[in-house]
Design a protein around this ligand. Structure first.
Ligand code: ATP
Length: 282
C-alpha cells in the first residue's frame, strides 16, 4: 500500500479531500511508470503485465566515517549493486489467484511493491489494469498521529473510495476489524495485528480489482487469519485478482491456482501452484 504524503491535513475530512483527487483515476498510485492498461470488457485481458523487469539495490559496506576512510585508502568499494529482480516477465489475467513463491531474499516482496506502485523498476515495465489494494507492510498507509477512525477514511481515499461510500461502509469496516474499542485511539499505539485488522478490513470493503497480500496475514491471530482467508476466497470467487506472498506453502497452494517461483531474482517456474511448491521443495 502506498505511503501517503506527510503534508496531509489533520482531520479525516481534510485528508479525504486532499487524497481523493490523487486517486481519482481509481488507482492507489499516481506514479507514472506503472502504466495503466486500457480498460476493456474482454474477460481474458490481463490485469497485470510484468515485462522484463530489473531492480537493483545499492548495498553499503561501511557504516562510519572511519570505515569509509579506511575503505577508500584500501581501495575497497564503499557499496556494491545487488540485483533483486533480473529480467522478470509474466502476465496475470483477470480473476487469477497467483502465489509468488521463493526462499528468503528471492525478490517476492520487491515484485509486489513494484506491482503496487511503492517501487519503480530500473528497466522494464509493470502495467496494471484496475484498482489495486496492497497489504504489503504492517502499518504502511497509516498515519501514526491519526486515530483508527481517521485512518479508515485516509486508506479508503487512497484506494479511490468516496467519502459518502466510506461513511456508508464505516460500521461494517469496524465490525470486521473487531477493534471497535480502539477506533478513536491514535494508531501509533496499535499492535501489528491491529494494523492488519484495520488495513485488511478497509481493503476488502473497497471495490478493488486486484488484491496484493504479503506475509502480513501472519501477524494476525489464528481466528482472524481464518476469517481473512475465507474473505479472500469469497473475493476470488467474485472474480477479483489475487497475488499472494507467503511461506506457508500448503496454505498458498490451496488458496492459489498458479505459482510463480522466484529464485535469485529470476522466474524459475510458472505453472500450477502445487507443482511450483514441489519444484521449490525439490
Ligand atoms: N531497499 C532495499 N535496499 C537494499 N536491498 C534490498 C532492499 N529491498 C530489498 N533488498 C534486497 O533484495 C533482495 C530481495 O528482497 P525481497 O524482500 O524482495 O525478498 P523476499 O523474497 O520477499 O524475501 P523474504 O522471503 O525473506 O521476505 C534481498 O536480498 C534484500 O536484501
Amino acid at each position: 500500500m502506498q505511503r501517503f504524503p506527510p503534508t496531509c491535513g489533520s482531520t479525516a475530512d481534510s485528508l479525504f479531500s486532499s487524497l481523493s483527487c490523487s486517486s481519482s483515476s481509481g488507482s492507489s498510485s499516481s506514479v507514472d511508470w506503472r502504466v495503466a492498461l486500457p480498460r476493456t470488457s474482454e474477460q481474458s485481458a490481463p490485469r497485470i503485465v510484468v515485462d522484463d523487469v530489473r531492480k537493483q539495490f545499492r548495498l553499503r559496506h561501511t557504516h562510519s566515517i572511519k570505515e569509509t576512510a579506511l575503505a577508500a585508502v584500501r581501495r575497497r568499494p564503499l557499496s556494491t549493486e545487488f540485483r533483486a529482480l533480473d529480467g522478470v516477465s509474466f502476465e496475470i489475467g483477470e480473476g487469477e489467484s497467483v502465489a509468488l513463491l521463493g526462499f528468503n531474499g528471492s525478490g517476492k516482496s520487491t515484485m509486489l511493491k513494484l506491482i503496487s506502485g511503492v517501487l519503480s523498476p530500473d528497466t522494464g515495465r509493470v502495467l496494471t489494469r484496475g484498482r489495486i489494494a496492497g497489504l504489503i507492510e504492517v502499518g504502511a498507509g497509516f498515519h501514526p498521529d491519526l486515530s483508527g477512525r481517521e485512518n479508515i477514511f485516509l486508506n479508503a481515499a487512497i484506494l479511490g473510495m468516496g467519502k459518502k461510500e466510506t461513511e456508508a461502509r464505516f460500521d461494517e469496516i469496524v465490525a470486521f476489524s473487531e477493534i471497535e474499542k480502539f477506533i478513536d485511539t491514535e494508531v501509533k499505539h496499535y499492535s501489528s495485528g491491529m494494523f492488519l485488522r484495520l488495513a485488511f478490513s478497509v481493503a476488502i470493503h473497497t471495490e478493488v480489482d486486484i488484491l496484493l497480500i504479503d506475509e502480513i496475514l501472519s501477524v494476525g491471530d489464528e481466528p482472524f487469519q481464518k476469517k481473512c482467508l475465507a474473505r479472500i476466497r469469497e473475493l476470488h470467487a467474485k472474480g477479483k485478482t489475487l497475488v499472494v506472498v507467503s511461506h506457508d506453502l500448503d496454505m498458498v497452494s490451496r488458496l492459489c491456482e498458479r505459482g510463480i517461483l522466484l529464485r535469485d531474482g529470476k522466474v524459475r517456474f510458472d505453472g500450477p501452484s502445487k507443482e511450483a511448491v514441489e519444484v521449490m521443495r525439490a
